[in-house]
Ligand binder design. Sequence first.
Ligand SMILES: C[S@@+](CC[C@H](N)C(=O)[O-])C[C@H]1O[C@@H](n2cnc3c(N)ncnc32)[C@H](O)[C@@H]1O
Length: 333
Amino acid sequence: MRSETSTAASGRIPAGGGGLLTSHPDVSPLTSPSHVLSPLTSHTVGEALAATTRLLEAAGLPEPRREAEELYSSLRRRPTSAAWLEREQLIAPSVAGDLEAAAARRAAGWPHAYAAGAACFRGHWLAVDRRVLIPRPETEGLVDVVREWVRAERDHHPTVIADACTGSGAIAVALALEPSEAAIRVIATDCSAEALEVARRNVEAWGLGPRVELRHGDLLEPLAGLRVDAVVCNPPYVAAGEWEGLEPGVRDFEPREALVSGADGLAATRALVLQAHAALRPGGLLALEVDARRGAESAAIAAAAGFESCTVLQDLFGRPRYLRARRSADGRD
Ligand SMILES: C[S@@+](CC[C@H](N)C(=O)[O-])C[C@H]1O[C@@H](n2cnc3c(N)ncnc32)[C@H](O)[C@@H]1O
């Protein structure tokens, strides 16, 4: 089952800063009828945080001060400690306005990352909005599965990786950005043109245009016959009947098509495994995030498609969450 997202973290920001808020209408700043801070007077960060805390407290949020600090640090793409360290600095009116708008969204129940328009994935700040799933901490471990394989495959350089269902581009950005033994190139796909707009923004913000190519379409079909070294994917894997039971922060805000995949939650996994077997070079890697309750079933699907060494690995919480499999080295089915 998909978890709710965590809130702000420390992390690296793109050279250009990545922008404070995305331009999508769903996340444009709210025009609040009464500002919590006068826009005509100078205020410190500390004063802005106090006002934000009062707003969040009035909305009934249980930890308003922490939430206010995390909204500020997410907006600034800084570690949470920035709120304390910068408390005596004057806050720019534009930042104060963004903070107020983000707090109003949070007070209205928006998940933290959508309220701030930013999420931190493996220490890299990404723009997010309601067109994409908020990257989850457990997906960070899926990137490690791929990176460990790249490290072990020293004789295959450079390495072309397909990131199917890229959403915000979190996995693709991390793979292309982090230092690696191989020169990694990523082809990232998504069936949502809107999601790809967000991914494009993140790829460009990190200066990864030459190394991450975005293609629109169903799973691996956009590869159009190209052979790749590895396929990584965090597919939708919630069963249709489980949708109603998701936490409201997930169900009411995140894109349904990013989460739900057929009656048993495995429709995308089944299709992807077949496509991956055709797209991978002999010996290539398949790395998939799976629902913790469907690891064994997902491994059986991969084995039935001809994959070898199908193994379900645990995430940082000790839950079986990653399927790792290998296309046979001699190209046999
Ligand atoms: C669970 S989200 C993963 C997003 C991102 N990779 C991450 O880990 O945060 C799934 C993504 O798959 C996309 N998607 C769903 N079905 C798809 C399909 N058949 N082909 C391509 N993309 C698909 C959705 O639009 C969504 O962006």
